[in-house]
Ligand binder design. Structure first.
Ligand code: NAG
Ligand code: NAG
Ligand code: NAG
Length: 316
């Protein structure tokens, strides 16, 4: 009796195995890298060419500075009217309003609100929805404020205010405007600014990463939950926070690398705008951060947490 194996020596089997490992895997790796980079470049071109043909009104929290202001400019460029909710100083807000109106000729309403206060939020929603009768077609849930210093050294009231703005207000704003859109039987596109830091638990950046995980999960689950109402929800995951913790860690030599990887608010907003308008569930700006997002997504939390912990520890 002869079996098929008798015709092949074990040496040949081993050689075939080596061929597979040493030739095929690098080829697959190269192919996926090329696909990854190409799709990023295509996305980049699409982002820079994208213009919304639909008009309407956008409500933007934190819309008078930072990433929120860049969102405001993109909507205004595409002739979409604006309602900007923020807690920035009155004179700054007025300057922003004036320049948007003069440059783009859109309607801009500015509402001042301390988003960490429940009563303030309720009063602001009532003004926007019932008194001004704003019909939002777009919602940018972007407010968030930060304080310098280690969490343990901050007063509880300050930490609580931050959690109120970074998590509670995000859900409250979505709740108010989604309800209004559903009652009007109208579509709504919303985007929530979260962070790549919300993908994995992050020892020593614990509360920050945890509130970002909260908004990331909230935005992504809303995408599926609200689809039947023709409402889309996008989680925007910029990696700028990664830059911060790399800088503060002992690996200061990566400074050069992080300045290459550093995202501008314009880039972040343009990427978010494109994915929001196309109704995608997640937007990750920047090639390096797309790759990091993928790595974080496939890596076990135990390994990542130890890595973050060692990286975040202040140097001796
Ligand atoms: C906003 O409200 C919170 C909570 O009452 C308060 O601690 C904070 O100082 C307020 N912020 C501003 C800028 O008024
Ligand atoms: C809240 O969000 C801001 C902006 O992303 C950030 O700087 C700050 O650290 C966050 N605070 C907490 C407690 O998550
Ligand atoms: C869903 O919303 C889009 C605009 O965002 C609109 O073009 C489309 O007609 C809507 N579809 C339904 C079924 O309402």
């Amino acid at each position: 009796m002869q079996s098929a194996l008798d015709f092949i020596s074990w040496q040949e089997v081993i050689n075939h195995g080596k061929f597979l490992i040493f030739k095929t895997i690098p080829l697959l790796f190269a192919a996926s890298t090329i696909t990854f980079i190409t799709s990023h470049l295509i996305e980049k071109i699409r982002i820079s060419n994208f213009r919304s043909k639909r008009r309407g009104t956008a409500v933007i929290t934190g819309g008078t500075s930072g990433i929120g202001l860049e969102f405001s400019k993109l909507f205004a460029r595409d002739k979409i009217d604006l309602v900007l909710v923020s807690n920035d100083p009155k004179e700054e807000v007025e300057l922003v309003r004036k320049s948007l109106v003069e440059k783009f000729g859109v309607k801009v309403i500015c509402e001042s609100c301390n988003l960490s206060k429940n009563e303030d939020r309720l009063a602001t929603f009532d003004r926007i929805l019932n008194q001004l009768e704003v019909k939002a077609d777009y919602l940018v849930n972007n407010a968030g404020f930060g304080m310098v210093g280690e969490l343990q050294k901050l007063e509880w009231n300050q930490v609580n205010d931050m959690i109120q703005v970074n998590s509670t207000a995000v859900v409250h704003v979505a709740h108010a405007f989604v309800n209004d859109a559903i009652n009007r039987k109208s579509s709504l596109k919303m985007i929530t600014t979260s962070s790549l830091a919300g993908v994995q638990p992050n020892p020593l950046f614990n509360v920050y990463a945890s509130t970002k995980a909260f908004t990331r999960l909230f935005a992504m689950a809303s995408h599926v939950e609200l689809a039947k109402y023709n409402i889309t929800s996008t989680a925007l995951l910029p990696g700028a926070t990664l830059t911060n913790f790399v800088k503060r860690s002992k690996y200061d030599t990566i400074g050069k690398y992080t300045s290459v990887a550093k995202l501008t608010p314009e880039e972040v907003a343009a990427c978010g705008y494109y994915h929001m308008m196309n109704g995608h569930s997640v937007a990750v700006p920047g090639l390096i951060y797309k790759f990091l997002h993928f790595l974080m997504w496939i890596s076990p939390s135990d390994i990542m947490m130890n890595l973050f912990y060692n990286q975040n520890k202040p140097s001796q």
